[in-house]
Design a protein around this ligand. Structure first.
Ligand code: GLC
Length: 517
């Protein structure tokens, strides 16, 4: 099992990965894709990684083969204890997954958006920590994802700091989206058992000493912080992208790293994807058009192989650039002669907009205002152009999946989009898509003009598609980077602990001198 890397021998690590959503058990967004696929890649490098998540009511025991591994045990919550059980499943039979069960908090229809969410995720995280302790499985690393799990680094530096079981456990906190911070009132600190430590204070973040901001605590206390692309790691140090936490992030910039997400290339593979009309590869790219024709049928568009189909799959929010899209979609239909298909749910005003649009442009625009994973595959495989004009984008998975399926991306140069798509240059013939920079409807429109114009030259388009499909977006490279990051987190952890112990000893000595001992 132990792997030898170019850097020398590396002992297998024990890693506990915590997240509120993990594919295939529960998913609302890209976070779940990452937490469902990264562990498999880390396991493949020889490490003992295990996953912890809540057992939501919708995760059916029979469907996922859940087995109970811990009978009810007490989890400290507030001034009482709450019973939890631990269920176990696996990711593809390889990675153990621990699901924290407590009917009161988790046996509900949905995943988020309950008034007691803070309490629910405290219960989940504390339940896993107490659970692995009972199992006697001592992690070297706890890898937390987004605000739902962000109190864990805080706990490791406070209530668990002197617990021998977790003394050598380092924490890594990964930010998938800084815009969702998990902000609550003081009461939450009592529930989490850390009220004696109070608020965290920062001279440049006024509100921080009046609220409990889970995200901020993850950033402040983790041994290492990471985010999901190198560009986003730089962007969040600025006030434009920092969501008010940039001063804190700047303080900790020596601990902040960017690692680009991968995608599950076995799952997202046009050669084997069972949801497609026709499977295809680079060598049989001619077959792809069958998927386009079938998408046109499915979306109620005019069936015509020559008309460029522009697709988008996203939450219907401003983050994803829908305020720009609503400005340019009609001119695009009228003047560029393209077809348009959208899949996603979100803000009501966008639902209304697209319902109205498809009424007025029947046969040219189709809207699926729902969540549908198999239709998503058919859009990746059938659309010619894939649109992602995001206002900000920590990583973005859609553009990578689109490229793997031969759909050419039109993106704004932010975050992970900037790191994964290179602008097409007709002079050199290089590039993998069409990229614009200013957040501006005109910039998006002219970029779409370039894309649609290029589409009219089948040979050139074919080369562009081929380059897209040749990109390697597998987890391999990124999983290695995470393992290096884990090693770094352990170094920081050991160093900080030694420094804290030294300080404690000095303080004690100073006290003794003062008392004249
Ligand atoms: C969030 C981000 C997205 C990223 C995903 C997975 O959903 O908005 O950019 O790809 O997390 O990290």
């Amino acid at each position: 099992m132990p792997q030898r890397s170019a850097r020398g021998a590396q002992a297998p690590l024990k890693i506990l990965l915590l997240a509120a959503e993990v594919v295939p058990f529960a998913k609302t967004g890209g976070l779940a894709d990452v937490t469902g696929s990264l562990p498999k890649a880390i396991r493949a490098l020889g490490h003992d990684i295990r996953v912890g998540m809540p057992r939501y009511g919708r995760i059916r025991p029979d469907q996922f083969n859940l087995t109970r591994i811990l009978e009810p045990f007490p989890v400290p919550m507030d001034d009482r204890t709450e019973p939890a059980e631990l269920m176990q499943a696996t990711l593809d039979g390889e990675v153990p997954v621990y699901l924290v069960e407590n009917a009161r908090y988790f046996d509900r229809d949905g995943i988020y958006m309950y008034p007691d969410d803070a309490e629910r995720f405290i219960m989940f995280c504390r339940g896993v920590l107490e659970g692995v302790k009972r199992l006697g499985w001592q992690p070297d690393i706890i890898h937390c994802h987004d605000w739902h799990t962000a109190l864990v680094p805080n706990w490791l530096k406070t209530i668990y700091a002197d617990d021998p079981f977790f003394a050598d456990t380092a924490s890594v906190y990964t930010i998938h989206n800084l815009a969702y911070q998990g902000i609550f009132g003081h009461r939450v600190l009592e529930i989490a058992g850390i009220d004696e430590y109070g608020f965290i204070v920062h001279p440049d973040i006024m509100d921080l000493n009046e609220v409990v901001d889970f995200m901020a605590r993850g950033i402040a206390f983790a041994d290492v912080i990471s985010t999901v692309s190198e560009t986003y790691a730089r962007e969040i140090l600025t006030s434009e992208f920092g969501e008010k936490l940039d001063p804190l992030l700047r303080d900790r910039r020596d601990r902040l790293f960017g690692i680009l997400n991968g995608i599950d290339v076995d799952e997202f593979n046009p050669a084997t994807d069972r949801y497609l009309e026709v499977n295809y590869t680079l060598e049989s790219l001619d077959l792809r058009v069958e998927n386009k024709l079938s998408l046109q049928r499915e979306a109620g568009l005019r069936e015509d192989r020559r008309i460029p189909v522009v697709g988008i799959i996203a939450r219907l929010t401003d983050q994803k650039g829908f305020d720009l899209i609503t400005n340019i979609v009609e001119p695009m239909l009228q003047h560029l002669g393209a077809q348009f298909v959208v899949l996603g749910t979100g803000e009501q005003r966008y639902h209304d907009f697209f319902t109205d649009l498809t009424n007025r442009y029947a046969g040219q625009a189709g809207a699926f205002l729902t969540f549908n994973a198999s239709l998503a595959r058919r859009i990746y495989a059938g659309a010619d152009v894939f649109l992602m004009p995001s206002r900000f984008e920590p990583c973005g998975l859609g553009q990578m999946i689109a490229m793997r399926y031969g759909s050419v991306p039109v993106v704004r140069a932010v975050g992970g989009l900037a790191d994964t798509v290179r602008d097409y240059d007709p002079a050199t013939g290089e590039g993998t898509g069409f990229v614009f920079k200013p957040y501006d409807a005109m910039a998006l429109y002219t970029t779409l003009v370039r894309a649609v114009e290029t589409y009219r030259y089948p040979d050139i388009w074919r080369k562009l598609q081929t380059r897209c499909m040749q990109q390697d977006f597998s987890w391999q490279a990124s999983a290695r980077k995470y393992v290096e990051l884990y090693a770094r987190a352990r170094e920081f952890h050991a160093r900080d602990r030694a420094a804290a112990q030294e300080k404690e000893a000095k303080d004690r000595a100073a006290n003794r001198t003062q008392k004249g001992e």
